[in-house]
Design a protein around this ligand. Structure first.
Ligand SMILES: [Fe+2]
Length: 243
């Protein structure tokens, strides 16, 4: 399995606070059956602007050295959506936004005050420009979570979605779980990720959610969400067709 969404870079957002904690998160993920993770610090969000791509890359390198070669750490960002985002993405590869592992996939955190209209426009523009937007945890976006039809519309435009492992398992409560299960029922989920922040309260690990998905929606679906689709991101190719 490959975990595409982790706040594991130390000291840059509300995730890991030290290199030791970051390395411990990687070890937990490895023990849980992950072979790699993408470090995705918050970007363009309030106090966590994190536009220093070289600095973040150096931190990811330090973390890789600390955990050793048996577990791979890649770099990306969880990019908060704001009205200037499209202009910033247009500056890539020079802009301050980090795609996942140097691919054309962008992990986007929609604003809780965003609008369907603005998001449809954003997804359309990004896809036309050759980007592959991944909507992070739609189950927590207040105006999107209760509206699978809108998710379907965004997916039809070329977006994909990532649900959070602890939402699948119900660790965040019934409501996010219900929204997540509805998206799974509708076949509108493409990625399972941990969105881990530490080793205890929001730890890494996809296994429990993977197994629950395998039980309810089949082993093939679980493997696609936790392994096959993330691997396509790592290799910067389109997602394999769902069968
Ligand atoms: Fe996150």
């Amino acid at each position: 399995m490959i975990d595409l969404h982790c706040h594991v870079l130390p000291g840059v957002d509300d995730g890991a606070r030290s290199l030791e904690e970051a390395a411990a998160m990687c070890r937990l993920a490895a023990r849980d059956g992950c072979e790699a993770m993408v470090a995705t610090p918050h970007q363009r969000r309030g106090e966590w602007w994190n536009a220093d791509r070289e600095g973040l890359a150096a931190l990811a390198g330090e973390l890789q050295d600390a955990v050793g070669p048996g577990f791979r750490v890649y770099l990306g960002g969880e990019v908060h959506v704001d009205p200037e985002l499209l202009a910033e993405v247009e500056k890539l590869p020079g802009g301050g936004v980090l795609p996942l592992a140097g691919s054309r996939y962008l992990l986007l955190e929609l604003d809780s005050l965003g609008t369907p209209r603005g998001t449809i426009h954003l997804v359309h523009e990004l896809v036309v420009a050759g980007w592959r937007p991944i909507l992070a945890h739609p189950e927590f976006i207040p105006w999107l979570a209760p509206d699978p039809d809108l998710v379907a519309r965004l997916v039809a435009l070329g977006a994909t979605t990532q649900v959070t492992a602890m939402s699948v398992t119900g660790d965040f409560g019934r409501r996010p779980q219900a929204h997540t299960w509805a998206l799974l029922d509708a076949g509108l989920v493409h990625f399972l990720a941990s969105d881990s922040h530490d080793t205890r309260r929001r730890p890494p690990g996809l296994r429990r959610a993977h197994d629950l998905i395998a039980e309810r929606w089949g082993g093939e679906t679980a493997r696609r969400l936790a392994a096959d689709n993330p691997r396509a991101v790592m290799e910067n190719r389109p997602l394999p067709e769902a069968v």
